[in-house]
Design a protein around this ligand. Structure first.
Ligand code: SF4
Length: 216
């Protein structure tokens, strides 16, 4: 039985690749970029489940999905689970697969050889807080997009461009507890402006960063 740490699954995600996508966020990140907006995904060993449970949950969305976006956390911190998940996805769906990693492409060479043709597009390199934020699908301008298959080229070559106004969107998710999550690529100060707006409306804002620091 394959164990896997998963922070979150969601469908549809429309801001992290073309079409209506299944979003899969891995739990655990050893890279820890300054300014990361996903601090709740850093701790490893949390939210452990089995690959069978994950694929069972994805099953209901498969007929409707245009693609899969796998992010985190750092998916390659769990390389065996990631490869097993990718094989399951490929066996069940023709939709494209986009994976985000904070590692460089060069550092992933051996893993990618084992995942040959399982990933259509890969975005690599750590988030750099001081870099420009003007490239589509990427949090900072240093991050690189690699189209690894013909399907990857067909679906993702269009994102080798600067951010367009249509890109400036978030998917909003609400879980059973009423907690709201955002998916998408924020611009500089977007969250600061959102916080200020909500506080002006007398809402109480508790971010995932606050929650992580409470548990330390
Ligand atoms: S690799 Fe991703 S999840 Fe990890 S710290 Fe960097 S931005 Fe955050």
């Amino acid at each position: 039985m394959t164990s896997i740490g998963i922070s979150r699954l969601h469908f549809p995600v429309t801001t992290l690749g073309p079409g209506r996508r299944i979003g899969i966020w891995f739990q655990g990140c050893s890279i820890r970029c300054k300014g990361c907006i996903s601090l709740d995904t850093w701790a490893s060993g949390r939210k452990m489940t089995t690959l069978r449970s994950v694929t069972g949950l994805l099953e209901r969305w498969l007929p409707e999905t245009d693609g899969f976006t796998i992010s985190g956390g750092e998916p390659f911190d769990q390389p065996f689970a990631l490869a097993a998940l990718l094989r399951e996805i490929r066996s069940k769906s023709d939709a494209d697969v986009l994976v985000y990693s904070g590692h460089s492409f060069e550092a992933l060479t051996s893993h990618l050889a084992e995942m040959d043709r399982l990933i259509d597009a890969l975005i690599t390199d750590p988030f750099e807080i001081d870099d420009d934020r003007d490239v589509a699908l990427r949090g900072s301008g240093n991050q690189r997009l690699h189209c690894l298959t013909p399907l990857g080229v067909e679906r993702f070559a269009q994102f080798e461009r600067t951010v367009a106004s249509d890109d400036k969107a978030f998917d909003l998710m609400m879980d059973d507890s009423g907690t709201i999550w955002l998916a998408g690529i924020p611009g500089r100060n977007d969250f600061k402006r959102l916080r200020e707006f909500l506080e002006s409306q007398h809402h109480t804002i508790v971010t995932t960063e606050d929650r992580l620091s409470e548990t330390r």
